[in-house]
Design a protein around this ligand. Sequence first.
Ligand code: PLP
Length: 403
Amino acid sequence: VRPVPFAPRPVPLSPTLAVNEALARKRSEGATVLPLGFGEAGVPVHPALARELAAAADRGAYGPVAGSEELRAAAASYWTRRGAPTVPDSVVCGPGSKPLLYALLASIGGDVVVPAPSWVSYAAQASLLGGEPLHVATAPGEGGVPSPALLADAVVRARARGRSVRSVIVTLPDNPTGTLASEETVRRLCAVARDLDLVIVSDEIYRDLVHDPTRAVHSPARFAPERTVVTTALSKSLAAGGWRLGVARLPDGPFGRALRDSLLGVASEVWSSAPAPMQHAAAYALAEPPELVEHVDRSRRLHAAVAGAVAERFAAAGARVRRPEAAFYVYPDFGPLREALRAGHGVRTAADLTGLLLDRYGVGVLPGSAFGDAPDALRMRVAPSLLYGRDDEERLAALASPD
Ligand code: PLP
């Protein structure tokens, strides 16, 4: 047998999935593990949503590339209710928002500005596509939005190096910091994007999990509608990440229509159409029937309570930590404990600390470096079991469900 004379392109596993795989290995060896690395809600899929999926299980045919009319109309109404009037023709669905983001970056082309810190896959996707991710720091408490003042400078310098910077990603609210940028910051970001001719990709997957329901999410789609793409999914607020269904809202006007055509071209070559039964269930979800609104609300309250309590415990232990404002992550910074951790455990970086937690305690969390950030930070999902004991997660999940 003749050996293959070259190695495949080395592409590491995404850190969130790598920690999952490491935990699965430990579990198969009989260890008890606590998976706090992957971003998943600690509540179950609502039974009514599961019923809708089951009812559509016989839809085996390929559908339109953009998604079914039923789903696009429901997504349009979802965004219209949130202050961004949307027509079904501006909506494209895909098998999760992760592939949709990848296809969008492929369609937009060029280099992309990502917030620092930011979700693990933005920079990795940009690199896979042959672009350069430009990391631009966010201001404290304004996670997910590259600081507008730094953004202009970074783009001008990259362009002077001959780079073609075309887009900037924002995450509202943010993962990993759990913060929500202010209206003022989003407006300033939009002004800079307009001056520099940047497309804004606004990832709003955690939008319905803002802990204080009176706080508004200020989407750039409101301030720069001609250049903002918005994505969301069923994955987080409806705890259905494994179903793989995401939706994108394309900008208004000629650029938006051209981007839609390009996105549909990429989608047609990569996934053809998103799974039809999922699209039917997503249409039901995005129409926001009262039982699902109530379910998301319980999930939001449950995660807010657990995140607040976990953050307090980290603060009491001496870490620097903000009380999360959204989603289900805490992002403590162990800088103040660096000496104690080094002396007690030989831990120098957050990557050392995550290794120790995994090897010794079977706890899976992610180091800040996975998000392009400070070496002393950790991101941890706040499972209800953290507060109420390992074995109680199922009971709590049941409490959060309506039945
Ligand atoms: N965007 C953010 C900020 C995320 O945290 C995640 C999941 O972890 C995704 C996008 C991808 O979600 P999905 O592909 O499940 O829709």
